[in-house]
Design a protein around this ligand. Structure first.
Ligand code: NAD
Length: 368
């Protein structure tokens, strides 16, 4: 599950880093459980992660835990001095120099709190003998729940209703809802997240069908799968994407695939922006073919999502247009962002690192 938008955060983090270079010489670090025990040091701990670092430290008095809110760079690596391993999460690259700086301190055990390893210089890591772990699954429910909630909101036209109520218009018509149990929900991708989404939609009483290039035996036995995407497009009132973006499925939702869908279809993308040709969706929203669109990920989100545009010119007219439509629900790649998910990312990364520094097998090693 490679996925809080790693590219996007990398951009934001680069800016923050360039603004905070002056702090590098004066480390602001905190630590627990000192006394010559084994030590784990964590970088770029956000405020919302801090309680879970403390929770882990409290449960592991045998390990000394230290952390900083600063990113791991060639210069900040020194904060981890005397540590046996590091816990990290950043979009900024783990360059050869950064890895070398850790190795110079004798640290080659690194545990990511996230999934993706594409920003690590893996050749250098290999040459230095790094052992790396990640957290591939932290809370499928976070994303599935968000997708399900937004699906139901589109069907009940809650954005239209909220706008009407705010303006003092308390009439019912014409804002009539569609019940989830009357929908056939087509799920593309039946991995960790897609499966939870299926359960939630079934809980509402929907008929669920699915397509995946790999068919899960249990789901297959229960008869969920259709044989082709075209069949799923033709039969579904709601279509929700839960597949990774690859070069083969870029813009899999395009004018051609939309033309195969039912009229008044609801489209849900809480997966990856690149899966959807946004212009084609806008055309279909304009023509009324698409009833509503849930968009937690956007193909041009890097540098736009997770930033405050309140007192600046909004940088993307197309996105602005979508945000202002009453049948489009835009969220800035926040489906994953729950206390449960963040807690799991922190605790699992520390568990992994603890195993590594004690020469035990970690739950989720990165094979590279
Ligand atoms: N919005 C968010 O905050 C957020 C957070 C985490 C993950 N995600 C996205 O959710 C996606 C799904 O995550 P997951 O943990 O369920 O992944 P997963 O690996 O458990 O499941 C993905 C499924 O997609 C299937 N698949 C791959 N390519 C396919 C294709 N072209 N057609 C049909 N099926 C295909 C795989 O066989 C697999 O069953 C991730 O890839 C990521 O893009 C979004």
């Amino acid at each position: 599950m490679s996925d809080i938008n790693e590219d996007l955060i990398r951009e934001v983090v680069k800016q923050v880093l360039s603004e905070s270079k002056s702090q590098v010489d004066e480390p602001e670090t905190k630590s627990f459980n000192s006394n010559g025990k084994k030590r784990i040091f964590a970088f770029s701990i956000r405020k919302d992660e801090e309680p879970y670092v403390k929770e882990w430290a409290k449960a592991h008095p045998e390990i000394e835990v230290g952390y900083t809110d600063e990113l791991l760079t060639e210069k900040t690596a020194k904060y981890a001095k005397d540590a046996n391993g590091v816990v990290v999460y950043q979009q900024l690259s783990y360059t050869a120099e950064t890895l070398q700086a850790l190795a110079d301190l004798g640290i080659t055990k690194m545990s990511l709190r996230n999934v993706g390893v594409d920003n690590i210089d893996l050749d250098k890591a290999k040459a230095l003998g790094f052992e790396i772990t990640n957290v591939p699954v932290y809370s499928p429910n976070a994303i599935a729940e968000h997708a399900a909630i937004q699906t139901a909101r589109v069907l009940r036209q809650t954005k239209v209703l909220d706008e009407k109520i705010e303006n003092g218009d308390l009439r019912w018509a014409p804002t009539i809802g569609r019940e989830v149990r009357d929908q056939t929900v087509g799920v593309i991708g039946t991995g960790h997240i897609g499966r939870v989404y299926m359960q939630i939609m079934e809980g509402f009483g929907a008929k669920v069908i699915a397509f995946d290039t790999y068919q899960n035996p249990e789901l297959k036995q229960k008869g969920y799968y259709v044989d082709t995407l075209d069949e799923l497009y033709a039969k579904s009132d709601v279509i929700s994407l839960h597949v990774p973006a690859t070069k083969d499925n870029t813009h899999m939702i395009n004018s051609n695939s939309i033309s195969k869908m039912k009229d008044d279809v609801v489209l849900v993308n809480c997966s990856r922006g690149a899966l959807v040709d946004t212009d084609a969706v806008i055309k279909a929203l304009d023509s009324g073919k698409i009833f509503g669109f849930v968009m937690d990920t956007y193909e041009d989100e890097v540098g736009i999502f997770n930033a405050d545009w309140r007192h600046k010119d909004f940088p993307d007219k197309r996105l602005e247009n979508l945000i202002h439509r009453s049948n489009v629900l835009v969220t800035p790649h926040t489906a994953f962002y729950t206390t449960h998910a963040v807690r799991n990312m922190v605790l699992k990364a520390f568990d992994n690192n603890c195993n590594l520094i004690n020469n035990k097998p970690a739950d989720t090693p990165v094979a590279y």
